[in-house]
Design a protein around this ligand. Structure first.
Ligand code: AMP
Ligand code: MG
Length: 444
């Protein structure tokens, strides 16, 4: 879908085409490639297991123990010698609960009552589930597993085993799942519930991941009030700072939300200066297009006075929504800054396409992009020539996708009901229902 830089009057995103030199535009892929040059994995840190949720492992993990750590029973029942062929009455020589340390020796003609997860005693080579026995009742009738195993406090002197039990039956062998010394998870694996459970199972209390990027999220606009504050005439609630800070956290970052910086370049510069001390990444919304009061542009273009905070390049991308974007590095440490457009849908899509991969790179993820899957679109679509369009959609379990809301970038109501983006290629202008499209899945 990548095309080279556009020139001349056939580029519909350049309103001033025909002027002596049409301004350069960037494709989504070109901009993303530039943004990713600003990212490298952050230092590794050792954190408690639950703090690592969603982060990629920074180093391979080797098990120091076998799993299971000892031969244990997979059933409530009786540990016995398989050579004692059923039907047979066995003398019950012990009762082994999970966690038991002292184990009876099981000799020929003997059995030990055993609970799930309890160590298999020496001498036994199989476990008869309680329902294959009479549970010691003396009736010779199969025991009810629920009552016999769970509720029966009494350990009877003998048990009738009613069915033959093969050697090894119902025994979970030491090391049959994980062997000590083996690599159980490799660097880059994203730690979800099952991976964290495995780390705990092998006795690890902490794990090495990358430090969470500290992301400062600033929304700009003198029209913004914070949710809950009275909304005066012409004012709107600041939603972008919440969407973007939440998206940063969902991507694995620590996010500081600074809502509603007014359209005053001096104020914005002061806030940026403050954030530069701590931030690994700064994300702004609003103030990057071609209107008056485009505060981010004004504050960051050295021409507009004050100390030069660093070079931020303001660009037009061949995408919709999200055409105006800023990208650069600020301050002595070259902290990356992404200046996203202000329209809520534009800023969120820009975050997903450009900021999230940067955060995932800082976290050391091997694959920093959202999954893209093919789908059949259920509705007719039109799309502007020369721009990659990202429409909001709902991805059906049957491989279809249905657009949600229209193409306009202020539709926050519809955005909240979408779970994917329908990517319409630059060259496509008409897409009849039933066409195959690429869909960017937004769900974690
Ligand atoms: P701008 O890019 O600053 O011109 O903003 C474009 C549009 O997005 C305007 O309608 C703004 O009011 C709106 N907008 C900008 N910032 C926010 C925000 N933080 N929350 C909600 N809407 C916003
Ligand atoms: Mg604005």
């Amino acid at each position: 879908m990548t095309a080279g830089p556009a020139h001349g009057s056939n580029d519909p995103c350049c309103e001033d085409a025909g002027a002596p030199a049409a301004p350069r535009t960037w494709t989504v892929d070109e901009h993303l490639a530039d943004v990713l040059t600003a990212a490298a994995p952050l230092p590794a840190v050792e954190v408690d297991l639950l703090d690592a949720l969603g982060r990629p492992l920074a180093a391979d993990v080797t098990a120091a123990v076998d799993l299971p750590p000892f031969d244990n029973s997979s059933m409530d029942g009786y540990a016995l010698r398989s050579a004692d062929a059923a039907p047979v009455a066995l003398a019950v020589v012990g009762d082994i609960a999970a966690g038991a340390a002292e184990l009876p020796e099981v000799g020929p003609g003997q059995a030990a009552r055993i609970m799930t997860g309890a160590p298999v005693p020496p001498g036994a080579d199989a476990v008869a589930p309680v329902e294959w026995t009479d549970g010691g009742s003396g009736t010779g009738e199969p025991a009810d597993a629920m009552t016999a195993a769970a509720a029966d406090e009494t350990v009877h002197e003998t048990v009738q085993v009613l069915r033959p039990v093969a050697a090894g039956a119902h025994i979970r062998r030491r090391g049959s799942d994980v062997t000590a010394g083996s690599t159980v998870l490799t660097a880059g694996t994203v730690l979800g519930p099952a991976q964290l459970g495995l780390l705990a199972a092998i006795g690890r209390a902490t794990v090495t991941v990358r430090r969470r990027p500290r992301v400062a999220v600033l929304s700009t606009g003198s029209e913004l009030v914070q949710p809950g504050e009275p909304i005066g005439p012409g004012r709107i609630s600041d939603s972008n700072s919440f969407t973007l800070a939440a998206a940063a956290r969902a991507a694995g970052a620590e996010a500081v939300r600074i809502g509603g910086v007014p359209d005053d370049p001096a104020v914005l510069r002061r806030v940026l200066q403050e954030q530069l001390a701590d931030a690994d990444l700064i994300v702004t919304s609003g103030g990057v297009s071609v209107g008056a009061y485009d505060v981010v542009k004004e504050a960051l273009q050295p021409l507009h006075g004050g100390e030069d905070l660093g070079g931020v390049d303001f660009r037009r991308l061949r995408m919709q929504p999200g055409k105006p974007q800023g990208f650069g590095r600020l301050g002595a440490d070259g902290v990356p800054l992404l200046a996203l457009p202000g329209n809520p849908v534009s800023s969120y899509i820009s975050f997903e396409l450009f900021v999230r991969p940067l955060i995932r790179t800082m976290l050391g993820a091997p694959d920093v992009h959202r999954p893209v899957v093919p789908a059949v679109c259920t509705a007719d679509l039109t799309s502007p020539a020369g721009r990659r369009q990202f429409l909001r959609g709902r991805y059906g379990g049957d491989g279809t996708v249905t657009p949600v809301g229209g193409a306009s970038s202020h539709l926050v109501g519809a955005l909240a009901h979408a779970d994917c983006l329908i990517a319409v290629p630059e060259e496509t202008t008409v897409l009849p229902a039933g066409s195959r499209v690429d869909v960017v899945l937004l769900t974690d």
